[in-house]
Design a binder for this molecule. Structure first.
Ligand code: FAD
Length: 394
């Protein structure tokens, strides 16, 4: 019998397994894939994500991000640099394999290529069925990503608030990568309720586009094509294979994170920032909280996981609520937001500080709303332009 069984070995699962094993608990972590495996992702680990890990990741960092070029519908570019790093580019195959090794070295029993098909939550343990056998643990951590099978046992309410994405890993020579000037590129306005990106890696570019499913519908390929055709950096490059995936963004304090002896972390817990789509940091953070909740349940008198939801509320949900406010302001009025950004580039320095984890998201949301409140006529002028010229707006 294991103290804890972890399903999924992305950043959430390996972080939970690492911390549980470090505490001396007996933990098994399953993944349906063998590592290194592909994961559809921009691969930007924010400074706060790197700090949260608490160990060195230099070996898997491709480059350091010190600036972003913004554009609106692939035009009106605006480069905003930062003197200190904002994040780090990784390839998810090597980054996730690196985290998996850390968990293994800490003492977790890692079982790759073994898919979990179902589980049964009993009064005093959880039974897990995989493609190769049946296992038993005191507690179960579902960290099996956006299409989580574990989540279905925790909450079966329909969820429609997710974002959809289309990505490609593009081989590019040094000259093409240098066209980005060492910065990421982020484009607003090409896709409804979302953005497009080009992130540079050591040997190429991770490109993608993502937006709220109920606004994008089945037009993701059209928006992707429009984005690729509009970007000078991508001119002449072979885009190659594209891959679609969902991004399960946070959708409110009522979302469930545990039931009985089972909890969900990372994407399985719908713990993704609703504005930026950042999920790696939240996977790491919720993996740590999941490990703490399991330790508390094993040591404590109540032997249940309710403290996990309290921890998420205290540490993450406030940030997500503020981010959801930013999401509504920016994605409902992308043209107005872009105008505000052009007039106040320093706003982005404040947001970089949020990405680094130096400032809370709530502080930035207040700052953004107060700029609109202080000069409402500018906002109204933009809104009027938006209404009179809807073809310009998405
Ligand atoms: C297009 C796109 C771009 C993104 N870009 C960024 C970015 O630049 N920065 C950022 O911070 N976040 C980004 N994200 C979000 C980020 O990728 C996720 O939030 C993060 O990977 C979540 O980690 P996780 O461990 O919860 O899940 P995952 O990383 O999805 O890991 C889940 C694991 O579970 C395994 N699994 C699934 N089902 C089973 C099963 N039944 N049995 C056993 N194993 C199973 C999978 O094989 C996988 O290894 C992006 C997401 C997308 C889709």
């Amino acid at each position: 019998m294991y103290d804890a069984v972890v399903v999924g070995c992305g950043p959430a699962g390996t972080t939970a397994a690492y911390h549980l094993a470090k505490k001396g608990l007996k933990v098994a972590a399953f993944d349906k894939e063998k590592f290194p495996r592909y994961k559809s992702c921009g691969g930007c680990v924010s400074v706060k994500g790197k700090k949260a890990l608490g160990f060195d990741i230099t070996d898997v960092v491709e480059n350091t991000v010190r600036g972003i070029t913004f554009s609106y519908k692939s035009a009106r570019t605006l480069a905003i640099d930062s003197v200190v790093p904002i994040g780090y580019s990784v390839m998810r195959d090597s980054f996730d394999a690196f985290l998996l090794d850390k968990a293994r070295l800490a003492g977790a029993h890692i079982l790759e290529g073994e898919r979990v098909s179902r589980f049964t939550d009993r009064a005093d343990s959880v039974t897990v069925e995989t493609s190769k056998g049946v296992y038993e643990g005191l507690f179960l951590i579902g960290a099996d990503g956006a299409a989580s099978v574990v989540r279905r046992g925790v909450e079966d309410r329909p969820y429609t608030n997710y974002h959809i994405s289309l990505t490609a890993e593009v081989k590019a020579d040094k000259e093409a990568v240098e066209r980005l000037g060492g910065r990421y590129l982020v484009d607003f306005g090409t896709i409804p309720h979302g953005y497009g990106w080009i992130f540079h890696k050591r040997e190429g570019l991770s490109i993608g586009i993502a937006g709220l499913y109920c606004r994008v519908g089945n037009r993701i390929r059209d928006y992707f094509k429009c984005f690729v055709e509009g970007q000078d950096t991508l001119r002449g490059l072979n885009i190659g294979e594209t891959r679609g995936w969902t991004i399960p963004v946070y959708h409110g304090q009522a979302q469930r994170a545990f039931k009985g002896r089972v909890l969900v972390a990372g994407d399985a817990g719908h713990l993704v920032d609703p504005f930026l789509g950042e999920g790696i940091y939240y996977a790491i953070k919720s993996g740590q909280l999941a490990a703490s909740a399991v330790c508390a349940a094993i040591d404590g008198p109540r032997r249940d996981l309710s403290c996990y939801e309290d921890m998420l509320r205290a540490e993450l949900y406030g940030e997500f609520e503020a981010s959801a406010g930013i999401e509504r302001l920016i994605y409902n009025y992308p043209r107005i937001w872009y105008r505000i950004l052009e007039m106040n580039p320093s706003l982005m320095h404040d947001y970089y500080s949020v990405i680094r984890g130096d400032t809370g998201c709530g502080v930035f949301y207040e700052e953004l709303s107060s700029r609109i409140r202080k000069k409402p006529w500018k906002f109204l002028r933009g809104l009027l332009g938006h209404m009179l010229n809807p073809s310009e707006a998405i």
